[in-house]
Design a binder for this molecule. Structure first.
Ligand SMILES: C[S@@+](CC[C@H](N)C(=O)[O-])C[C@H]1O[C@@H](n2cnc3c(N)ncnc32)[C@H](O)[C@@H]1O
Length: 445
């Protein structure tokens, strides 16, 4: 996207949207989305040229001058804020970020879901810096920038940002960025290594190098030396995520996270899905379990169960858990994790594509007393539509990473399937980004 001339019209910013852009109205009534503008501010902006902008019913822009400044505007901590695509809200005070996310959820439920919880949950807060224990970094050789870039993408661009630290990564990982850039420049594979996946466990950091061809013997020596010098474990991934294997050192502790309150240890693979923010994950789990209140003797479905992050704490209560998930690797991992924690007897895991579930396929799973649903951003539309209109689970706890799809699915549950929306709230799982994690509880009316 290219910047056009500064727009002379001043705009009052009424709210912030799900991408962290300020939203206002032009004098001709059209909506304008302005990057870098905050709620309550009056700004001037430069138009962003985007496809179809000439006849668009809305406009996009970048703030150029702030005429009235929000009391919640703060100095971004990161020198690459605004250029790197990793964060979009560092210029907003942390408590105001949370309030903004709460508002995004409220608006989505109201306008998309046409429903409102009977009461709101207080937002869940956690550490705001250094929280991101899973990340996918892009790698690109850019000779005119003097070497290899390792980092997130530039904002709204396919280019890799030229950054040498990152405040949302754990400090030890952030500190590695310049050394990683030098390492990759020294490899024969410098143009054939497009991505590094980072997974930080309680005891070790794993870096998964996506390689398009095998390392040479010289490369192997350099990579081993890097791993030894920095105390990390390097994995190699020649093809898809399931092909990742540990390269060096081979005797490193395995990747695990702990759910101490439930006496659970979760081994995981560095390319497997885990929540990125372990601290908030624990708080969210605590809250979900309190609201879910699983009981021995109940039969509970954990749909989109991943590696068993919710299934195993539920199983600790003595309930029977059926975990369903689309990835065969994660289902295998969930079953292994259940065994690892002595929970095999009351857990069962199966692979299914829940985006294609029909009422008949749902009924064939057998009756559930309660359901936990934790879908990806696309939500669980087919699943909620597959639920029966009477009977069915008494309680549903829905964990969502996209308010718009949660609200769409809530509309089905409340207006078609006979559920009450008891409560809802957000968890600040992704501080400084506009991503909103939320939880909603539905009860059979
Ligand atoms: C937000 S994650 C939640 C995982 C798990 N509950 C956790 O807390 O770690 C969503 C999960 O949905 C799975 N998934 C994505 N598409 C799916 C589909 N069509 N059918 C079933 N599972 C799917 C992903 O593999 C992922 O494990």
């Amino acid at each position: 996207m290219a910047l056009h001339e500064t727009h002379s019209e001043t705009v009052f910013i009424e709210s912030i949207d799900h991408e962290g852009q300020g939203v206002g109205h032009l004098s001709d009534g059209r909506v304008v989305f302005i990057e870098g503008a905050l709620t309550g501010e009056t700004v001037e902006y430069a138009r962003l040229n985007f496809k179809g902008s000439n006849k668009a019913s809305y406009e996009k822009g970048q703030v150029t001058r702030i005429l009235t400044t929000s009391a919640y505007r703060v100095q971004p901590e990161c020198p690459w804020f605004g250029y790197c695509g990793g964060c979009s809200l560092q210029h907003l005070d942390e408590s105001a970020q949370v309030a903004t996310k709460q508002r995004v959820l409220e608006d989505a439920l109201k306008h998309i879901g046409n429903c409102r919880p009977e009461h709101w949950l207080a937002p869940l807060h956690g550490p705001t810096w250094g929280y991101r224990r899973r990340a996918r970094l892009s790698v690109r050789l850019v000779p005119k920038k003097g070497g290899v870039l390792v980092g997130f993408h530039e904002k709204k661009s396919r280019y890799v940002a030229d950054m040498d630290s990152c405040k949302i990564l754990p400090p030890a990982v952030s500190d590695l960025l310049p050394a990683l850039s030098r390492l990759i420049l020294s490899l024969s594979l410098r143009e054939r290594l497009p991505q590094i996946e980072v997974a930080v466990s309680d005891a070790i950091t794993a870096l998964v190098f996506r390689i398009m061809e095998p390392l040479t013997v010289d490369d192997e020596v350099l990579v081993r030396a890097f791993a030894d010098q920095h105390g990390v474990q390097i994995w190699l991934q020649p093809k898809g995520p399931e092909t990742a294997y540990p390269f060096h050192p081979l005797n490193a502790p395995r990747l695990v996270y702990h759910l101490n309150e439930f006496a659970i240890e979760m081994p995981f693979g560095p390319t497997e899905f885990t929540q990125v923010n372990f601290g908030i994950n624990e708080s969210l789990l605590r809250r979900a379990m309190r609201l879910f209140n699983p009981q021995a003797g109940e039969r509970i479905g954990d749909l989109f169960c991943g590696l068993g992050n919710f299934s195993l704490p539920i199983a600790r209560s003595g309930a029977q858990v059926v975990g369903i998930e689309g990835s065969a690797e994660l289902v295998k991992r969930a079953a292994e994790n259940a065994a690892h924690n002595g929970l095999s007897a009351n857990t069962q895991f199966q692979v299914a594509d829940l985006f294609k579930i029909t009422p008949e396929a749902y009924a064939a799973l057998g009756a559930f007393d309660k359901l936990l649903i934790d879908p990806p951003r696309d939500g669980a539309f087919e699943l909620v539509n597959a639920l029966p209109e009477t009977g069915g689970p008494q309680r549903i706890v829905y964990i969502s990473c996209k308010p718009a799809t949660l609200a769409r699915d809530a509309a089905v549950l409340v207006h078609q399937k006979g559920y009450r929306l008891i409560t809802a709230g957000i968890a600040n799982m992704f501080p400084h980004t506009a991503h909103v994690e939320s939880i909603a509880v539905f009860e059979r009316a």
